[in-house]
Design a binder for this molecule. Structure first.
Ligand code: FRU
Length: 499
């Protein structure tokens, strides 16, 4: 991990000189996108056009708290190295809330659909929502700037909780489609148009699944079921989390007949991620791969993100997540794959171990680091808890592991940060083990303040923020409560995308 110790030394040197180099601040992710400065939340308008991946995002150009929402912009050729540009859609009298983009039929104009958020100041100086309506903007410079059309807002039902349009053209009906969530009613409303200006309601979906939280950021896409010619439509939403009072994403599988989404019978809610910081995810439009879609999400949560201990910037994006539909013994499920293919070029030589047996103890790899990827294959041998302690300092650690006794896979961030910035943050997130799994494979992407865990090659995921101490770079494999058999351990450092 020379890169990291070098990074650490530079940090020290910069500090002594009284400044920190951009992208070297404490907690700054080194292989995940975050804006150079200021607040960021949802990804918006993800689209691939002329071999460039565009990432727009909810951005406050004026500070590192939520506010003045505009569409920030970054581009990439590989969805890993990002270059940030000027704001693509700035706030006006209204803020520019989340939405999506699509390529116009002329194949030259990019179209953005977003929620225009009209607001006023309430007597306490807070924001009072006047209305949330939908607007359209067009770009004639390949996505670097957008101009609102004169007819805006194009869709106004007078609601204060009506947002996050997903725009797409359906060749079957030759119509533009827009899905908008009626957040408090737990509904997604489907509209159609031929000119992007006049919109007609054609159906609505919901409530179904988890309705504990507001429904936000709908997405809809078609996927084949792996290894078959069955095609299904998947509706994803940011709403609901297995843990009450938290935010997360859920999905529905079914068919979209051109006007209506008809869900298949499944034991809803189905969750996209079992951590607390994978939110507002949407997929890239205009891609040509047929077997998967690629999603990025905000690594954060409105439950506590305004308090997180980062400075200059606040908020980061997940790694790109390729999503597939797979037939499991419980039915069709959305799965991903660990994003190694995106990151391979950044990996160091691995530290490898095979057949490592631990009995109530720990093993420390011969290096330290805060940006690395670990693949562990742990055999199910009884009641032991086994896994890896990461981002460890004298007082803090984050634990990722398998509790075979309880039958769960977990990220424990109870003691992951010295700053007790918000009580809702601290705790343990877990997902159930399938008892038929003989061995459990965890692909753990650790990046300063982000932990993304892919279970069984991406069948399930857990994503969480953590805020370790500056010297929290110790890594330890561990077994507790008996013996553990690590069939395989593979740990590689990941080079920074910013240097
Ligand atoms: C989701 C969300 C969206 C909204 C945006 C505002 O995180 O609440 O519903 O458009 O953030 O920033």
């Amino acid at each position: 991990m020379e890169i990291l110790s070098h990074h650490h030394k530079t940090l020290q040197a910069d500090k002594e000189m009284g400044e920190v180099k951009p992208y070297s601040e404490l907690h700054r992710p080194q292989f995940h996108f975050s804006p150079k400065k200021n607040w960021m939340n949802d990804p918006n308008g993800l689209i691939t056009y002329k071999n460039v991946h565009h990432l727009y995002f909810q951005y406050n150009p004026h500070g590192n708290q939520w506010g003045h929402m505009s569409w920030g912009h970054a581009t990439s050729s590989d969805r890993v190295h990002w270059q940030e540009h000027h704001v693509a859609i700035p706030e006006k009298e209204h803020m520019i809330f989340s939405g999506t983009t699509a390529l116009d039929l002329d194949k030259e104009t990019l179209i953005a659909a977003f929620t225009s958020f009209e607001h006023a100041l309430d007597p306490q100086g807070g924001l009072a929502t006047k209305v949330q309506h939908q607007s359209i903007a067009k770009s004639h410079d390949d996505g670097f700037s957008y101009q609102e059309i004169a007819e805006n807002p194009v869709l106004d039902i007078g609601s204060t909780e009506f947002r996050d349009p997903k725009l797409f053209f359906d060749p079957r009906t030759q119509k533009w489609n827009m899905l908008v969530s009626l957040s408090l009613e737990h509904k997604v409303v489907f509209y159609q148009s031929t000119d992007l200006k006049t919109w007609k309601k054609v159906s609505d979906f919901g409530p179904l699944g988890n309705t504990a939280a507001v429904w936000e950021c709908p997405d809809l896409f078609k996927l084949p079921v792996k290894g078959s010619d069955i095609q299904k439509w998947v509706l994803t939403l940011s709403a609901g989390h297995p843990q009450e009072g938290q935010l997360g994403m859920q999905y529905f599988i079914g068919d979209f007949n051109g006007t209506h989404f008809i869900p298949d019978p499944h034991p809803y809610p189905l969750y996209l991620d079992y951590g607390k910081d994978f939110y507002a995810g949407i997929t890239f439009a205009n891609t040509d791969h047929k077997d998967h879609v690629t999603m990025m999400a905000w690594v954060g949560s409105h439950c506590y993100s305004s308090d997180t201990p980062t400075h200059i910037w606040r908020g980061a994006m997940s790694l790109p997540r390729d999503l597939f539909l797979t037939e499991t013994k419980k039915g069709y499920r959305l799965q991903s794959r660990p994003p190694h293919s995106y990151l391979n070029a950044l990996y160091s030589q691995p530290w490898l171990r095979e057949g490592l047996h631990l009995y109530n103890g720990t093993v420390e790899p011969p290096f330290k680091g805060k940006s690395f990827v670990a693949r562990l294959t742990i055999k199910n041998e009884g009641i032991t808890t086994a896994g890896i302690k990461i981002l460890k300092s004298k007082n803090c650690e984050t634990i990722v592991g398998v509790d075979f006794g309880k039958g769960e896979i977990f990220i424990d961030r109870t003691t992951s940060s010295s700053h007790k910035f918000n009580g809702k943050f601290f705790g343990k997130d877990a997902m159930p083990i399938d008892t038929t799994w003989q061995a459990i494979q965890l692909d753990i992407f650790v990046d300063q303040s982000i932990v993304e865990v892919f279970v069984q090659n991406g069948a399930h995921t857990l994503t969480n923020l953590v805020f370790p101490d500056e010297d929290g770079n110790t890594i330890k494999l561990f077994a507790k409560g008996g013996k553990a058999h690590f069939e395989k351990v593979d740990i590689r450092t990941v080079k920074s995308i910013w240097t």
